[in-house]
Design a binder for this molecule. Structure first.
Ligand SMILES: [Zn+2]
Length: 239
């Protein structure tokens, strides 16, 4: 009997799921909203339902071998320990899937780094930093082909390295964090605070590039400088 796995990436806004054969053939992909506003129990229930639906996608005669589930926050392979974003604490992996189906949990960004190492831009490269910049900023430090989680699971949280001492306050409690200046959400927020108008981050970047919007130039320059400082520190630390 051929086997397939269900993969699910749970973000603060949406969940991206798919059914994939053992050979890596993607049978189906789907996106659903994350019901974060309804509380952590509702998110767990939505994940369960999503996994159940995806497990019925492949044709009869194929067997669900297991589930790979990426979640934000502090996570071990066997439990989602904590996520400020979703609000859960200590949810065992087994709570997410139908009974008897093996589930392995992974940190969302580190799993992204692992995917780049195995099938993406990091193939054939032993050490690299995977740094997605979105609503927030977190990195996966891939060493010898494996994402490095650190002693307590926070390895790679480069978004909260302070780059401007005494800078703007960050949600983490520190000041001047990289994420406070260089994430897409922060660029948009800082631009809005200067101009009183909201604009998508890509529009702010274009305005900065054309040079005819001083607020866009200031915000974008701060973001690039913050990112440069963090990456310079990171590079010297590792190599
Ligand atoms: Zn921070």
């Amino acid at each position: 009997m051929s086997a397939f796995v269900v993969g699910l990436d749970v973000g603060g806004t949406s969940m991206k799921g798919g059914a994939v054969t053992r050979e890596g053939v993607v049978l189906h992909t789907e996106r659903r909203p994350t019901p974060r506003a309804d509380g952590p129990d509702a998110v767990v229930a939505a994940i369960q339902a999503f996994i159940l639906d995806l497990s019925h996608i492949p044709p009869a005669g194929t067997e669900l071998a297991g589930v790979g589930l990426c979640v934000p926050g502090l996570v071990t392979p066997d439990a989602a320990l904590f996520s400020a974003n979703i609000g859960w604490r200590d949810v065992p992996a087994s709570a997410f899937a139908p009974e008897g189906v093996p589930v392995r949990l992974g940190h969302d960004v580190r799993t992204g780094g692992l995917a780049e190492a195995v099938i993406g831009a990091g193939r054939g490269v032993a050490d690299f930093l995977f740094l997605p910049i979105g609503t927030g900023i977190a990195g996966a430090c891939v060493l010898n082909g494996s994402p490095y989680a650190g002693a307590t699971g926070w390895g790679g949280e480069i978004g909260h390295t302070p780059v401007y001492p005494d800078g703007e306050p960050c949600a983490c409690g520190q000041r001047g964090c990289l994420e406070t200046y260089a994430s897409a959400a922060s660029v948009a927020r800082r631009y809005a605070s200067r101009t009183g108008r909201t604009a998508p981050t890509e529009e702010i970047a274009i305005r900065a590039a054309t040079g005819d919007d001083p607020a866009a130039t200031e915000v974008w320059t701060d973001a690039v400088q913050a990112l440069s400082l963090s990456l310079a520190t990171y590079t010297l630390l590792l190599d």
